[in-house]
Design a binder for this molecule. Structure first.
Ligand SMILES: [Zn+2]
Length: 241
């Protein structure tokens, strides 16, 4: 049996077994952290702690799913980085100095979408935008958070490309995607020949369009795109079974 992550162990200790029981304020209270909501001049949330007590402050203007992720993220800092001075910043992209933020994001994803609930629920469902949306609704998380979590644990072969509003682009691969397939980030994620305003939501392309590597010929990829609430454009590229 695989060992539980710290977040999943906490859920188990609290007897939480259903998605609608993942009440982040109650979970925070159980580990000595009190959550309050205020207008924050900068960032989504912060945590100030001493010894075994902490206060998590969350921006009261953020959406509920964002607030939930922020509380879970700060609980990740409370678990992993207690006693350190931290200022939260965006952990997207690949900057190596964001390790603390990545640790906190991972803790948040595992707390809000634990394997013990997510894996049996999704069963054999193929990876798709519809699955991402179902996970987002059931676990009360954003589409992006659901997509990234599925990229951690889903058995399908797929990649997510995220285009940020400021033009940055980053990606996440599923573990099952062949290691020798290298994603081409220099190509447009839209359907070739379509104007941006008339882009379809789904289309298919030869595998060579989005990957470099061996054994790509004859394979067609299924592509789907959608916009996340925070302004990013997500493109899901799946390799059909
Ligand atoms: Zn943080």
């Amino acid at each position: 049996m695989t060992s539980l992550s710290p977040a999943e162990r906490l859920l188990q200790d609290l007897g939480i077994t259903e998605p609608d029981e993942i009440d982040v304020e109650v979970i925070a209270w159980s580990v000595g952290a009190w959550v309050r909501y205020r207008a924050l001049p900068q960032g989504d949330a912060r945590i100030v702690g001493m010894v075994d007590r902490a206060i998590i402050t969350v921006d009261d203007r953020a959406s509920r799913v964002r607030q939930r992720f922020s509380v879970a993220h700060e609980l990740g800092h409370w678990h992993h980085h207690r006693g350190q001075r931290l200022i939260c910043h965006d952990a997207s992209g690949n900057a190596p100095d964001h390790t603390c933020e990545r640790d906190a994001d991972r803790y948040a994803a595992e707390l809000l979408m634990p394997c013990s609930m997510l894996v049996p629920w999704m069963a054999e469902a193929p990876m798709s935008v519809a699955l991402m949306d179902s996970v987002a609704r059931l676990f009360q998380v954003s589409r992006l958070a659901a997509a990234l979590r599925l990229a951690d644990i889903h058995a399908g072969r797929f990649a997510l490309i995220v285009d940020e509003p400021d033009g940055r682009r980053w990606f996440k691969r599923s573990p099952a995607l062949p290691r020798g397939w290298h994603l081409r980030l220099d190509v447009s994620t839209g359907k070739e020949g379509s104007e941006p305003v008339s882009q379809p939501k789904q289309w298919s392309v030869p595998a060579q369009r989005h990957f470099r590597g061996r054994n790509l010929s004859g394979i067609r990829l299924h592509c789907e795109t959608l916009h996340a609430a925070s302004g990013q454009r997500l493109t899901l590229i799946t390799v059909p079974v």
